[in-house]
Design a protein around this ligand. Structure first.
Ligand code: FAD
Length: 368
């Protein structure tokens, strides 16, 4: 008995957007998720009246008007602009690298002085063919910024020496010769006023959703309840890891409620770029929503080597994993009833606007 047109495995932003659009077009959908909540990694939970980004800070940014209008048609977004601050051994620097950073680093006050300083350092390094991430970064930005803001932070993130990391990880470094701390260059940016969970709730309104339900616990049954399947889980899991595990970097969050502290760090995101601090950054969630609660909630992020069973966050797109993924993808392409989409099924780091865009395209093609 095929009750549904589509089974959507995963209530993340990709699965929820696909389900929403299919159902708008008259398709009957069943959506399942193995977690106890909807939203996948964009899930936010209210703690002491503050929306806490449970799986890491999420800032929506895009230059695609169709995507922006689409998400804004469900919920209101605020005007949050991501302007992280870096703390290196107690001294603060603005990010991304801009005139404020150059002033803090060298005391230079004009774009010309800053550009001259960077050029001097790049020339002094004399690197023409960078062999690793360290050489690549120094050849792009010079040694002062590299040693203060990039080296130790990157080594914490990857758990490896910058000289052992491939140069391609840093293809370019955004450098701005204006006093502009806005991290993103996109036209639109913001955070849902009532949190991302509300956005996903609205996307899934009127659609049957089963939580705490792992597709693989009863795959035969779930395959029988729909004509077609949109699978947004891990691609290697789908094929029972037949070629081995794809690798990820993962993050451990230590979240604390600080009662009676109304403002802990004055900014949503502070990166700790020194090696001594064990975490990479502290998120103070209330600043994403300009909150004026009397308490605050902070999350320290610890970057961690991934092992099977850990939360898969960042795909490791090195040669081994890229080859492995290509093998899984060939199997996926041969599946007639199943479409693989989203960050886990495509083993690709996607920002939120990209999964929404992909979902819009996918549904267009499914309805043709
Ligand atoms: P997911 O959100 O992972 O959803 C997949 C869902 O499938 C999950 O809910 C999972 O439980 C479910 N599932 C998996 N397997 C099964 C199964 N067998 N049975 C049932 N259910 C299953 N993007 C931005 O645009 N801005 C940011 O600032 C930003 N910050 C980020 C910070 C971090 C730490 C990370 C890791 C990502 C960040 N992103 C950001 C990216 C963003 O999280 C993704 O674009 C988005 O979550 C992808 O949605 P998805 O639906 O593809 O995947």
């Amino acid at each position: 008995m095929l009750k549904n047109d589509f089974l959507v495995v995963g209530t993340g932003l990709f699965g929820a957007t696909v389900a929403c659009l299919l159902s708008r077009n008259g398709k009957q959908c069943l959506v399942i998720d193995k977690r106890s909540h909807i939203g996948g990694n964009v899930y936010t939970e209210s703690m002491n009246g503050i929306d806490v980004h449970k799986y890491g800070a999420h800032i929506f940014h895009t230059s695609n008007k169709q995507v922006w209008d689409f998400v804004n048609s469900f919920v209101e977004f605020n005007r949050y602009t991501n302007s992280p601050v870096a703390n290196y051994k107690g001294k603060l620097y603005n990010l991304p690298f801009n005139m404020n950073t150059f002033y803090q680093m060298w005391g230079v006050t004009t774009p010309e002085q800053a550009a001259t300083k960077i050029e001097e350092q790049r020339k002094e390094a004399g690197i023409t063919h960078p062999r690793n991430l360290e050489e690549q970064a120094i050849s792009l930005i010079g040694k002062d910024i590299y040693y203060t803001l990039i080296k130790e932070y990157t080594e914490k993130q990857w758990g490896r020496k910058a000289t052992e990391l491939p140069a391609f990880i840093i293809r370019r470094l955004p450098v701005r010769y204006t006093f502009d701390n806005n991290y993103f260059n996109d036209k639109y940016q913001g955070i849902p006023v009532d949190g991302y969970t509300k956005l996903v709730e609205k996307l899934l309104a009127g659609i049957e959703v089963k939580l705490n339900t792992d597709y693989f616990e009863d795959k035969d049954y779930f395959d029988s309840v729909a004509d077609r399947i949109i699978y947004t889980g891990e691609i290697d899991r789908y094929f029972d890891y037949c070629f081995g595990h794809l690798e990820y970097r993962t993050v451990r969050f230590e979240t604390e409620v600080l009662e009676g502290v109304s403002n802990f760090q004055g900014n949503a995101v502070v990166n700790y770029t020194d090696a001594e601090t064990p975490y990479t950054r502290i998120i103070e969630h209330k600043h994403f929503g300009f909150g004026n609660q009397s308490d605050t909630v902070i999350s320290k992020e610890f970057s961690k080597e991934w092992k099977p069973g850990d939360e898969p966050y960042y795909p490791v797109n090195d040669e081994r994993n890229s080859l492995l993924y290509a093998k899984y993808k060939a199997l996926a392409d041969a599946q007639e009833r199943v479409v693989f989409g989203g960050r886990l099924a495509e083993y690709k780091y996607y920002d939120m606007h990209q999964v929404v865009e992909n979902a819009l395209y996918l549904v267009d093609s499914l309805l043709k």
